[in-house]
Design a protein around this ligand. Sequence first.
Ligand SMILES: [Zn+2]
Length: 285
Amino acid sequence: MKKMGLNRIVVGSSLSLLLLLLPAAVIIPHKPVNQINTIVIDAGHGGLDPGCNGANEIWEKAVTLSIALKLGKFLEDSLKDVQVLYTRKTDKFVELWERPNMANKNKADLFISIHCNSNTNVTAAGSETYFMGLHKTQGNLDVAKRENASIKYEANYQSNEKYGGFDPNSPEGHIIFSLVQNAFIQQSLRFSTLVENNTVKLSKIKSRGVKQAGFLVLWQTAMPSVLVETGFLTNASDRSYLKTDDGQKNIAKGIYYAIKSYKREIEKQGKTTSASAKDSTNGKP
Ligand SMILES: [Zn+2]
């Protein structure tokens, strides 16, 4: 039964997709982010969506949940002024649209989606941190296609207006969709760089860089948002590290340091901006 559902093909034209997507792009709510008060941690996949698999040893959904919980603990223990929200804290299925929706509803200031990578080439290894935008390589597009395919586990995903007619089987669909303007692109780029640099510094995983692609889970977030592919479960070395408690903890710690640095930067900039705004109105006609 499940297999049949996964093989269904969605029929839809790129033009109708564009028409459906653009109005949504215009109405994305946003606010200037000068403070980091609420962070949403999104453990990729869960429940009936296991994500990718490494040599039948471990599933992506288990690794992402473990890293997410460890990251949350670091944040809760040391950033007392920050509210930490989780899209899931157990092995349950959460529809893809619901993840950014939770961040938007709670007016989150930062959204981080945690994943593991997979490739038919088992030598492919390392971490990649993504923010929303047009992919520059087929490899980046393939990552987004695989992650976006999670919606195929959702009943009636083809008619779900929350995806704006998006067709996960269509390459054109991915291109049009990734061109949707995101108000937080600069902040997301900065945060991605911090995530990539810090996780690589603190873990044994090597860096494959900061990249862009069209991820449904980042599409409608009204705050800086990134998706981190923490390593390849199809690579023996990455996998043996990603499945250990220590490996997961070091990656979580890297993301935690990235969040701390980003928060410090944003709040410093916010203070400078409000101070210079005051100066410019002080005693001047
Ligand atoms: Zn994933």
